[in-house]
Design a protein around this ligand. Structure first.
Ligand SMILES: [Zn+2]
Length: 493
């Protein structure tokens, strides 16, 4: 008889420096599904649950749905929202009756009020109900792994890519590991190393060195035999938590063998820490260089206002420069519900005159005066077509596009994450025809835009995802971590 597997998920990358808290509304606005709706939401998507669903067919597993609650990366999760998700999961688990195994899809960098290690706490709540049942969890490449998290699952599988495009593959892998536990009755040994190192996401891309080379070494080690799963979680540095930083997790049959691999990877990363260089250019020089480039588009990366990393997506530093230097063929997207309302009241074709951006906090530049024609105004929803989060439905709410000279400003009600150019296309903007495209992203933008961009510049802007970690004040670290401190304390503990 097919084994019954309870599948559930809780996914949030919490930026504790971001000012807006994350409540239940934010989970409902992004991804919330339970019961059979879970399968409807994720069938044929490149997500962990989509991958598990495919594996369940191959392995003849009977999936019993819990819930999946995911919110766009943002500030601390409210105690109320976290408590709801945890309690509702427990109810669904109760209602599921007897199960043979559990798959849990986590981010690994969730922080809730009252639960600094929310992922570990979530997993522990499931473990408490099922002390002997095999549990396999997945986590994001940006997880801040901790001993507490590892204690809650028999095996854990992390993404290997950033930009992330292996969620489906990792879900499938997790299901296979669980299946292996069920038929072999074995569990892997876990070896964990935590480094006093927290590189900013901008330098964590897996397609470029130093990370590409290190991930290749990880992949090689996995092939040596006796290894069930091995991952490097590069950490999410915009979280003031004790368990911040890079974590290495190797799981296999033999403890010594796993230890050798983990130690080799730890030392390899530690020796290369100086190569994780953000290389930022100030906004004035960046815009001038992009204007003067013989052909475009040139991508100006506003990494500090990374909309997918917890920033508000309304940072104005680059917009102010584009207007000052009268750029032409430039496009920027700002989340500004107030300005969108103003534009909606005026209607398409009218002249917009108001201040845009810089309203959600005082960390991402001041509001910037904007005068121009409203060339587009309507609600925008679309489905992602690129290979990043493929198939995901996105709702930007009301959208207005204002053209001020050569600068096109797309104003959205909800944050747009530039994993592809579908949001621009949905508002009638042809990305490939631009000279300058501003992306509010660290690495995720590369998956799509690099294919046709003629250049890219990482811009030194202020914000809660700034690549210069020395801009932030950390109060919860118990030891020096590089590059927040001038160096980290080695050996890792
Ligand atoms: Zn991530």
């Amino acid at each position: 008889m097919a084994k019954r597997i309870f599948i559930t998920g809780f996914w949030h990358e919490t930026n504790t420096f971001a000012q807006s808290p994350t409540g239940m509304d934010d989970f409902h606005a992004y991804q919330y599904a339970e019961g059979d709706a879970l399968f409807a939401a994720f069938a044929d998507t490149n997500t962990e649950i989509g991958g598990v669903m495919n594996a369940a067919l191959e392995l003849d597993l009977n999936l019993v749905p819990g819930l999946f609650a995911g919110a766009v990366p943002s500030g601390m999760i409210t105690a109320e929202a976290y408590e709801f998700i945890r309690a509702r999961t427990a109810e669904l688990l109760e209602a599921a009756g007897e199960v043979d195994g559990v798959l849990v899809h986590l981010h690994g960098a969730a922080v809730a009020e009252g639960a600094a290690e929310a992922d570990a706490d979530f997993l522990a709540a499931i473990r408490q109900k099922l002390p002997l049942t095999p549990i396999v969890a997945t986590f994001d490449l940006h997880a801040n792994l901790s001993e507490g998290l590892l204690a809650g699952a028999d095996a854990l599988v992390g993404y290997n890519t950033y930009p992330h495009n292996d969620m489906g593959a990792r879900g499938r892998e997790a299901a296979h590991i669980l299946h292996r536990m069920l038929w072999s009755a074995k569990r892997p040994k876990k070896v964990f190393r935590k480094l006093p190192f927290a590189p900013p996401p901008q330098v964590q891309g897996t397609n470029a060195d130093p990370v590409a080379g290190i991930m290749a070494r990880l992949a090689e080690a996995k092939d040596w035999g006796g290894i069930w799963a091995a991952s490097i979680a590069w950490g999410f540095p915009y979280a003031d938590v004790e368990h911040l930083g890079v974590g290495i997790l190797v799981q296999g049959d033999d403890f010594q063998h796993c230890s050798r691999i983990a130690d080799d990877l730890a030392l390899t990363i530690w020796r290369q820490r100086g190569d994780f260089d953000a290389g930022l250019i100030d906004a004035e020089d960046a815009v001038r260089t992009a204007i003067e480039a013989p052909s475009g588009p040139i991508i100006l990366v506003d990494v500090a206002d990374n909309a997918g990393g917890g920033s508000p997506g309304d940072g104005t530093t680059i917009l102010a420069e584009l207007l000052d230097q009268s750029a032409s063929g430039a496009v920027i997207v700002l989340c500004d519900p107030g300005a969108v309302r103003t534009a909606k009241a005026l209607g398409p074709g009218a002249l917009f005159s108001g201040s845009v951006g810089g309203k959600s906090d005082d960390l991402h530049g001041p509001p910037v005066p904007l005068v121009g024609e409203i060339v587009f105004q309507q609600p925008v929803q679309y489905q992602r077509r690129g290979d990043y989060m493929t198939g995901q439905m996105i709702d930007l709410g009301e959208v207005a596009v204002v053209r001020a000279g050569g600068v096109t400003v797309m104003l959205t009600q909800y944050k747009a994450m530039p994993f592809d150019a579908d949001h621009l296309a949905a508002a009638g903007i042809a990305a490939e025809a631009q000279q300058i495209i501003v992306v509010k992203s660290a690495i995720a933008w590369q998956a799509h835009f690099r294919a046709f961009a003629k250049g890219e510049i990482y811009v030194d802007t202020p914000g809660v995802c700034a690549s210069n970690l020395k801009r932030f004040t950390y109060g919860k670290l118990s030891r020096d971590i590089f590059p927040i401190a001038d160096d980290g304390v080695w050996p890792a503990k």
